[in-house]
Write a protein that binds this ligand. Structure first.
Ligand SMILES: *[C@@H]1O[C@H](CO)[C@@H](O)[C@H](O)[C@H]1NC(C)=O
Length: 157
């Protein structure tokens, strides 16, 4: 799906061969800016072996069901994580804890039933719409001191 969306990003998205020459890119992913930006498609599992220097990870429209605590541990420089339109049912407690620079987290269109625990206080934008969240854990939200006006989106459809 991602490849189809890439009209304007065509120059970036035809690069996997060139990227591979520079640094390894996870299977099924495209690394337009090796070490900083990784785009992946049709993945059922979270990619492993991502570079620790990564700043932006776009995994929208895949089939990821679960985020374990280990997969994001090395990615302390991540500022943007897009997981829109996956099938995520659960995020293991602590999975997001080491993301000290994460500002934008998009979990729209998944199957979460509760707010993820240990959301990073650095978040400025959080989209949890189109999930199955029926109750909000207000103490978790109150830790998000950097959220900007209207930048948390939760609905219960
Ligand atoms: C994370 O970012 C800082 C500041 O830009 C940089 O000095 C550091 O090397 C980065 N860490 C990794 C693992 O790339």
């Amino acid at each position: 799906m991602l490849w189809c969306r890439c009209g304007v990003l065509l120059a970036l998205c035809i690069c996997p061969l060139a990227c591979l020459a520079v640094s390894p890119c996870p299977t099924g992913c495209c690394c337009p800016r090796p070490g900083f930006l990784v785009l992946c498609e049709s993945l059922a599992r979270f990619p492993r072996g991502l570079p620790p220097s990564l700043e932006s990870l776009q995994l929208q429209e895949n089939r990821i069901t679960y985020i374990t605590s280990g997969v994001l541990r090395q990615l302390g420089n991540l500022t943007r994580l897009d997981l829109e339109d996956n099938r995520i049912r659960a995020i293991q407690p602590g999975a997001l804890q080491g993301l000290h620079k994460l500002q934008v987290l998009t979990l729209k269109g998944n199957r979460l039933t509760s707010l993820p625990l240990n959301l990073p206080p650095s978040l400025t934008h959080l989209d949890l719409s189109e999930n199955c969240i029926s109750a909000l854990d207000l103490p978790s939200l109150s830790a998000l001191v950097n959220l900007q006006d209207k930048s948390i989106i939760i609905d219960s459809e």
